[in-house]
Design a protein around this ligand. Structure first.
Ligand SMILES: [Zn+2]
Length: 374
């Protein structure tokens, strides 16, 4: 395949002459009206789901979370509400790829041009939660490339998609198990390389696509493709709550939110602030949390006892445990951190032996950690 125009971020075609009217217009259209989001601090119960989301926010290298559960268990509310407590990031103003001003190596073609002209401005804003609707077309997801235009104008002919919007943010895929194969493939590629590449008739455009993937699904509607399941680090199961008082609380809070969302949000402002500052503190503490050889030994023993495939689980448990320690304000990892992390990493990674329905059990996990099972 011959490639006449490369849109890679490092090789900018000579035809590029600053941001075009066309792309500016798209950027304006992409700006969404503000939504009123249910405060994440007002969610009753579902601690595991919230913790998995928060750990990924503190440490994006954990590698995403899959939330499994029936309809009406606050899955989407939690993920969308996460946007309100996400930390600020610096971005190049107006950039459709959310380029990081501190990482010029990865600049898109427009930011390179802005830098050259001296028109590059930096703004601070919250990380975004970007929705990937299950019925989205391929062009909408990966971006579209007008071949005729590409020949004349180079990368200007590229219309960025959802993967561009999600760069440096969170990509939320509700009903991830119902995604079309082409979207799953695009997600797997982007997740592996942190880059999205669009190829049409020998013309190729690439841009950074580094995001935290958060999927949710109702297992009654079908399972997730194993390759995608393997890519997502953590998994949590959400179930309905069977505590009467809590159920009453859920309805009451929902009604109060519906009646007067602004007032409801004000009520939970202090709680939201507390959560936000706890996350920021954890991010600052994270580089100082050290993993001992003893911690690694415990993790290895767990992965052997639970018969997991490969070594990815060890790596994910270590990251999640280290992040959990930071979230709890500690510089040392305890066995409780390791248990907490393992509960989210292991259940979907256990190799099932034939004729044996191996179930994940926290008691077994505790026994391994306490050295009772070798
Ligand atoms: Zn850029």
């Amino acid at each position: 395949m011959s490639s006449s125009i490369t849109g890679t971020i490092k090789e900018v075609p000579k035809t590029v002459e600053g941001p075009s009217q066309y792309l500016e217009e798209i950027s304006r259209k992409a700006t969404r009206t503000e939504r009123v989001l249910y405060p994440i601090a007002a969610i009753v119960g579902q601690e595991k789901m919230l913790r998995a989301l928060i750990l990924n926010t503190i440490n994006p290298s954990i590698g995403g979370v899959l939330i499994r559960g029936q309809k009406g268990t606050a899955k989407s509310t939690a993920v969308r509400g996460l946007a309100e407590i996400l930390p600020d990031i610096e971005v190049v103003e107006g950039c459709k790829f959310n380029c990081d001003p501190g990482d010029q190596e990865k600049f898109c073609w427009e930011c390179i041009e802005k830098k050259r002209k001296g028109t590059l401005r930096v703004i601070k804003r919250q990380k975004k939660v970007v929705d990937l609707p299950v019925g989205a077309t391929e062009d909408r997801v990966v971006g579209s490339l007008d071949i005729e235009k590409a020949v004349r104008q180079g990368v200007q002919a590229f219309d960025p998609g959802i993967l561009a919007q999600a760069n440096r943010g969170i990509l939320y895929v509700d009903e991830i198990n119902l995604l079309d194969d082409f979207v799953v493939d695009a997600l797997l590629d982007a997740a592996a390389m942190s880059v999205n590449t669009v190829e049409r008739e020998g013309v190729s455009v690439s841009h950074p696509a580094d995001f935290i993937i958060v999927g949710s699904m109702n297992p009654e509607e079908g399972e997730l493709r194993p390759q995608l399941l393997d890519r997502i680090a953590l998994q949590v199961e959400v179930t309905g709550i069977y505590d009467v008082e809590q159920r009453i609380e859920i309805v009451e809070r929902r009604n109060r939110f519906n009646d007067d969302p602004k007032q409801f949000i004000r009520e939970f402002e202090a709680e939201q602030d507390k959560l936000r500052s706890k996350i920021i503190k954890a991010m600052q503490l994270l580089p100082r949390v050290s993993t001992t050889r003893e911690n690694l030994r415990t993790i290895a023993e767990i992965c052997i006892a639970f018969n997991v495939d490969g070594h990815r689980a060890d790596i994910m448990i270590e990251r999640a445990a280290r992040t959990n320690a930071a979230y709890e304000g500690r510089e040392r990892i305890t066995n409780d951190d390791i248990i907490e992390a393992s509960e989210m990493v292991l259940p979907h990674r256990m190799r099932k032996k034939p004729f044996e329905e191996e179930e994940f059990s926290v008691d077994q996990l505790r026994a391994v950690v306490d050295g009772k099972v070798r």
